[in-house]
Structures are given as C-alpha cells and as structure tokens.
Design a binder for this molecule. Structure first.
Ligand code: NAG
Ligand code: NAG
Ligand code: NAG
Ligand code: NAG
Ligand code: NAG
Ligand code: NAG
Ligand code: NAG
Ligand code: NAG
Length: 430
C-alpha cells in the first residue's frame, strides 16, 4: 500500500469517528459556578470554555440548552438571553425572564448597554479556538434561578445539556459536581470560592454536524502540468439546482450576500459543490528547501468566514522554516509527532475570508526545510495527508490522481525493487 493510499483510508475512517486524533483533548466545557444562594434559588456564573485547538464557534454563535430537573425558572440573565420566555402566566408582579422547562440561551450582540453586560459576554456567541486566541476562547453569562434548591444539598443539576455551535455537531455529557472554582479578587489580594460548581463537557463530531464534507482539496506541482481537481460532488451535489454561475448577473444583485436565518448557503456552481476549496501547489524545489503555495477559496456568497483556520498534516511540517502572510502554530497532539500545524489569518489583515466573488480567496506560501532521510517528490509525498478548514475535515482527491513525477513513480519503484532482486541474486550466486 502506498503512503497516500494509507492516508486516504485513515482519512475516511476518521471522518466517521467523534474522536479527533489531531486534537484528542478538544472539548467545550460549560461550568456553572453558584455565586450566591437566594430566597428561592441561586445566582450562577455560567462559563463556556472552548478547549478545542482549531475549532471555533462562528457567527451567529452558540445556543446553549438544558432541561430543568424540577420546576425552576430563570428570573433574569445578565450578558445573554433566553430565546423564548415561555408560559409565565402563573406569576403575578415579578415575571420571570424565562419559564420554559427546556430553555435555550444565546449570547447578546456587541454594544449592549453596560448594565446588561457580564465579563466575557456579548460577542454575538462567537468563541475563538484555543490554539488561535485562548483569551477569546471563552464566553460567559450570569443567571438567576428561582424555584430551585437553596443549598448544595437541595439544588438539582440541570439535565440534557445541548450546545449548537452554531449548527449541530456537539454532544454534551451529564453535569458533574466538581471542586468549587476559586476566584481572585480584582486587587488580586484575596481568593474567593464558588459555593458549588458543576461542569458539563461537550465534544464535536463532524459526522453529527453534516452528512457531507464542507470543503475539498486540489493539488498541482511544478513538475507536472496536471492539476488534480477536487473530487466531483465532494460536498454532495444536492444543491446543484440552486447554484449560481460566477458570470451570472444575479451575483451583482443587491441583497444576494445577506445571510439567511437558517444559514443556507448560496454556492457558486462548481463540479465539487463545496463552499470551500483548499489548493496545495508544490511551487519550487531548492537544494535544501522546498516551497508550497496554499490558496483558500470561498464559493459561498452568503458567508464571510471570520477567524477561519486551516489545519494541515504533512510529515515535513516538523521543519517549517517560514510561513508568509498567515500565522502558523504547530499542533503537537502526541509528544512524538510534529507533523500537524494550524494556519490562520493575521489579525486585522487577513483573518476574514470574504464571501464568494473577486475577494473570496486568501493565499500564503510556506518554506520547508528538507529532511534528507524522508524528503521526496515521489508518490505524492509532497501533498498533505489531511486538511481541515474551520475544524471540519476536507475531502482529498483519490491518491492515484495526484500529480506524479515525470519519471513515473511506479516505474521507479519497480526499478528499485528489481535492483534489490538483482543484488540478492548476485549475492546468492556469489
Ligand atoms: C476537556 O478538555 C480539557 C482541556 O484539553 C481537558 O483537560 C479535559 O480533560 C477534557 N475533558 C474531557 C471530559 O475530555
Ligand atoms: C471544569 O471546567 C473548567 C473550565 O470551565 C476547568 O478548568 C476545570 O478543570 C473543570 N473541572 C473538571 C473537574 O473537569
Ligand atoms: C456543601 O456545603 C458544605 C458547607 O456549607 C460543605 O461542607 C460540603 O462539602 C458541600 N457539599 C458539596 C457537595 O459541595
Ligand atoms: C433527556 O434526554 C433523554 C434522551 O434524549 C430522554 O430520555 C429524557 O427523558 C430527557 N430528560 C429530560 C428531563 O428531559
Ligand atoms: C462580508 O463583509 C463585507 C465587508 O465587511 C460586507 O460588506 C459583506 O456584506 C459581508 N458579507 C456577508 C455575506 O456577510
Ligand atoms: C515542531 O515543528 C516546529 C516547526 O514547524 C518547530 O518550531 C517546533 O520546535 C517543533 N516542536 C517539536 C516538539 O518538535
Ligand atoms: C527536522 O525536524 C526534526 C525534529 O523536529 C529534526 O530532528 C531534524 O533535524 C530537522 N531536520 C532538518 C533538516 O532540519
Ligand atoms: C502527471 O501526473 C499524472 C497523474 O496525476 C500522470 O497521469 C501523468 O503521467 C503525469 N505526467 C507526467 C509528464 O509524468
């Protein structure tokens, strides 16, 4: 089996699994810290921490849901809001913010009045990936709960947590009581402690998120004129009837770029029908180095990808010498391997991948130092083993279509093996 074949099989396998070998500890943890008990319940700070290295929560942001264990209500929320109030008709005077048994809570938009804000709130539910910006990988709000237990013996943990980020894909575990969080006072001279803390862990599975991939990869090289395109219908061709030709007049119409409530895309017509294509071009061969050009193209007229990220697995990424115009960070999921890294946009420069059209693409070049023992242009070695865009794995072309070195790799392999056989013959004869 050739290396590229193996990589292809592994890619197919891992597409189905929830476990992500490139980010084995990645999860989103939701922490409830009870800050005070009230006459009929408690006030809690709820914090979402995104511990995933390269998967962020894009606009329109997260929706957090749960089911109350008893008849709890939400008196008020600071820094977020429940999407529906529900039936509060049995209350007189003070009306709760939400009476639903299974509330759904969303972040507020930036720019809300100061008295409605809470630390780390009000970012429209956008949460950065841990590997990209740990300081922005958090979101929080404060909730006042009524008709609840009023001590750590009587309070009941909410059940059936759900997280949309923004679409489906996350599965949340049960809430677990954990050691109480400690906080430093603003002057950092005193430690305080939550009265009680519970955690919920949510993990992502691309398989749950969508039936088809969301992006595909194409290849080219300086040593072969063949351009290996994205596989046909890589992202499913169901939307083919609604796609827009890039030269169509519709593209100039006002409102064409307005995102839809259900986030449905408006794709440019392509044979792959992917919203995102990543192109890897093996550009130059130097004596001790080689150079790759990476281009990312957006084919969706209705999405600007903010805080986009690209993850690439390739054995030569342990010797990245320079990355031009993107930020780069090696991902080292296991101490022994260093073949994976994440690329992302530079703040305020190219961290926005614009909607489809003349500006809907980004490019970078990558200079790698050859490792004398492993480096080769043969058998597709120079092409990535895995590519992820925004945390979702992209479909690679079938290995036998990769651009080959003119002196065919197969013939060469045959030459080597026949050389070995001749040598063995010589030895055994001699
Ligand atoms: C969630 O992620 C954090 C950070 O990587 C890790 O320490 C923790 O063990 C993970 N939790 C679970 C339940 O996997
Ligand atoms: C609970 O979640 C917080 C992050 O929100 C994390 O720092 C802490 O380690 C978690 N505790 C346990 C026991 O998993
Ligand atoms: C409940 O609070 C008491 C003190 O008020 C403490 O001793 C006990 O450990 C707490 N139990 C839990 C489960 O947090
Ligand atoms: C939680 O979800 C499970 C399975 O989806 C369901 O059987 C159970 O009734 C739900 N519990 C509550 C309290 O809604
Ligand atoms: C993308 O961003 C540009 C510039 O900020 C804006 O004009 C355009 O309407 C946005 N497109 C979408 C689909 O949100
Ligand atoms: C991994 O590779 C990068 C270059 O891409 C290098 O800077 C880093 O030191 C390497 N880390 C380890 C643990 O080998
Ligand atoms: C490439 O990186 C590995 C470890 O990351 C190191 O052992 C090796 O010497 C490097 N090769 C070159 C040519 O720098
Ligand atoms: C270029 O690569 C393709 C496979 O993708 C192969 O069919 C073709 O023979 C190669 N061209 C040359 C000149 O080797």
């Amino acid at each position: 089996m050739r290396f590229a074949d193996l990589a292809f099989c592994l890619a197919l396998l891992s597409y189905a699994a929830a476990y992500d070998p490139l980010d084995p500890n990645g999860n989103i943890t939701i922490k409830w810290d009870i800050m005070s008990w009230t006459a009929d319940g408690y006030v809690a700070a709820v914090t979402l921490n995104n511990f995933q290295m390269y998967r962020h929560i894009m606009s329109p942001g997260w929706t957090l849901g749960w089911t109350w264990a008893k008849k709890e209500v939400i008196w008020s929320i600071v820094g977020a809001q429940a999407t529906e109030q529900g039936d509060c008709s049995k209350f007189k005077g003070n009306i709760p913010h939400c009476c639903k048994r299974s509330p759904a809570v969303v972040d507020l938009l930036p720019g809300v009045p100061y008295n409605q804000q809470f630390t780390n709130c009000c970012k429209g539910g956008v949460v950065a990936a841990w590997g990209q910006d740990p300081a922005a990988a958090v979101s929080a709000f404060q909730v006042s709960v009524g008709l609840a237990g009023t001590s750590n013996k009587t309070v009941k943990l909410p059940k059936n947590f759900t997280l949309q980020g923004p679409g489906p894909g996350y599965t949340c575990g049960r809430a677990k009581v954990v050691p109480s969080t400690t906080f430093l006072t603003p002057d950092r001279r005193r430690k305080t402690q939550a009265l009680m803390t519970w955690n919920v862990t949510c993990t992502y599975s691309q398989f749950l998120a969508r039936k088809n991939p969301n992006c595909c990869v194409s290849f080219s090289s300086f040593y072969n004129q063949t351009i290996t395109p994205c596989p046909s219908c890589a992202c499913g061709c169901q939307k083919k009837n609604n796609c827009v030709k890039s030269d169509s007049k519709i593209v100039q119409m006002k409102g064409i770029n307005t995102p839809r409530k259900d986030n449905s895309p408006l794709l440019q017509c392509t044979h792959h029908m992917c919203p995102i294509r990543v192109h890897w071009h093996v550009k130059v061969n130097y004596k001790d180095y080689w150079r790759v050009k990476i281009a990312i193209t957006n084919f969706n007229y209705r999405i600007n990808y903010t805080l986009w990220s690209l993850v690439v697995q390739h054995p030569n990424l342990n010797n990245v010498t320079q990355v031009f115009s993107f930020d780069y960070k090696p991902l080292v999921p296991y101490e022994s391997t260093n073949d994976t890294g994440m690329f992302y946009g530079m703040k305020y420069y190219n961290d926005l991948l614009m909607e489809a059209g003349p500006f809907g693409n980004l490019q970078s070049e990558l200079l790698l130092q050859k490792d004398k023992n492993t480096f080769t242009f043969k058998q597709g070695w120079a092409f990535p083993r895995k590519v992820y865009f925004n945390g979702d794995e992209c479909m690679l072309p079938p290995p036998d279509t990769y651009p080959f070195l003119p002196s065919s790799a197969h013939r060469h392999r045959f030459a080597v093996s026949s050389l070995i056989i001749s040598l063995l013959l010589l030895i055994s004869i001699g």
